[in-house]
Design a protein around this ligand. Structure first.
Ligand code: SOE
Length: 370
């Protein structure tokens, strides 16, 4: 059975997921056969060009028309379009793969997750960094007890594409359209990874205290003379406690001059520690029990997660391969009617932490998530 896929959005994430789908037949031959059936967008000319370049059979400017006759719907648009069309698809019994963060607000994330529970079909939130082999390797070490009791979880996501105050306004800088700034765009990834890596041994985040900061309050609008107000954070910082008593510190910014896509997670326990950085995504720094210091593990062996689909040891993979892995898992779940993680439940759990950080920033108080 060939799965017809409908995709809303054809810019950055549209390209990343279309490329991933195109790779599946060659590298994941047991993946379900799929057809990039319909691409959804607003600008008909740009949409037609994108459909041709990304390999879609047809286009529509009506998301509802796309949802009607596909086997899975990918919601890759800006955050503000995640709720309406994901809920519409789920209410039609169509599996949904939605980009992160799940929604601009906690209320909308709750509505989307309720629709997913009712629909009972595969649903996913595209936290692609769960699908890095080195992250899977780290999760196996942690759940195998190699780090012992977890004491510290430390995550940061640093970019610098907004460090220039003249960098133009975009939808990611508007609270109505995005919900938050670096917090939801980048912090969502780090909070989800913390849940993925230590959730089974340290539990959920139970308390958090956070601070938001906006460095540039308005920005020029491209191809116009005026400026638009920035109504979201440029950076967030937070300190957290997990149910186990482990402590966490998290931050993200899009103003970290010189940092391009530095998503780093450090976890320290009673027996050992790990450090992962996206800019060196094939490697895991591992301080094992009894060793003097950290060793660099190159996670590219055939028995490392997903690596047997690619190349011999040491032939490193890249950022785009994480999308191939997550698409393989999601589309396999759709074909088999199975479960996919991270699901909307995971997207909601992360959204709760984001909302608690916003609440803490507003009140100046620590917030309990119990
Ligand atoms: C922009 O900050 C962005 O594209 C995020 O939206 C992605 O989720 C992240 O993976 C890369 O940076």
């Amino acid at each position: 059975m060939t799965l017809d896929i409908g995709v809303l959005g054809y810019r950055f994430m549209g390209k990343a997921h279309s490329n991933a789908m195109a790779r599946l037949p060659m590298f994941f031959p047991d993946a379900p056969e799929i057809n990039r059936e319909v691409l959804v967008g607003r600008d008909e000319e740009a949409l037609a060009e994108a459909a041709d370049r990304l390999g879609f059979s047809r286009t529509t400017t009506d998301p509802s028309a796309a949802i009607e006759d596909v086997d899975a719907f990918y919601n890759l648009g800006p955050n503000f379009v995640h709720p309406e069309y994901s809920i519409e698809a789920l209410e039609s019994g169509v599996p949904v793969f939605c980009e992160k963060p799940l929604a601009p607000t906690l209320d909308e994330a709750e509505e989307m997750t309720e629709a997913a529970r009712e629909a009972g079909v595969p649903n996913g939130c595209a936290f692609n960094y769960r699908f890095v082999p080195a992250i899977r390797y780290a999760k196996n070490l942690i759940e195998g007890g190699e780090l012992g009791e977890i004491y510290h979880v430390r995550g940061r996501y640093l970019q610098d594409w907004l460090v220039d105050p003249e960098a133009p306004w975009a939808w990611r800088l508007d609270e109505e359209l995005a919900g938050s700034g670096a917090l939801g765009d980048l912090g969502a990834h780090t909070i989800d990874l913390a849940r993925f890596l230590v959730g089974d041994v340290a539990g959920e985040i139970s308390e958090i205290s956070g601070q938001l900061r906006t460095f540039t309050d308005e920005r020029p609008v491209e191809d116009e003379n005026g400026t638009r107000e920035v109504t979201v954070d440029d950076a967030y910082l937070a300190t957290a406690e997990f149910e186990s008593g482990a402590v966490g510190s998290f931050e993200a910014t899009r103003n970290a001059n010189g940092r391009k896509n530095d998503h780093t997670i450090e976890i320290e326990g009673s027996k050992g520690s790990i450090e992962f950085s996206l800019e060196r995504l094939n490697e895991l720094e591992y301080k094992r029990e009894g060793s003097r210091g950290f060793e660099t593990v190159l996670v590219t062996d055939g028995d490392d997660p997903y690596m047997d689909h690619w190349w011999p040891p040491g032939h490193v993979i890249g950022w785009e391969h994480t999308f191939v892995h997550e698409n393989y898992e999601f589309l396999s779940a759709v074909a088999e009617g199975g479960e996919f993680e991270p699901s909307f439940e995971d997207g909601l759990a992360t959204q709760r932490v984001l909302a608690a950080i916003q609440e803490s920033d507003a009140s100046g108080e620590r917030v309990s998530l119990d």
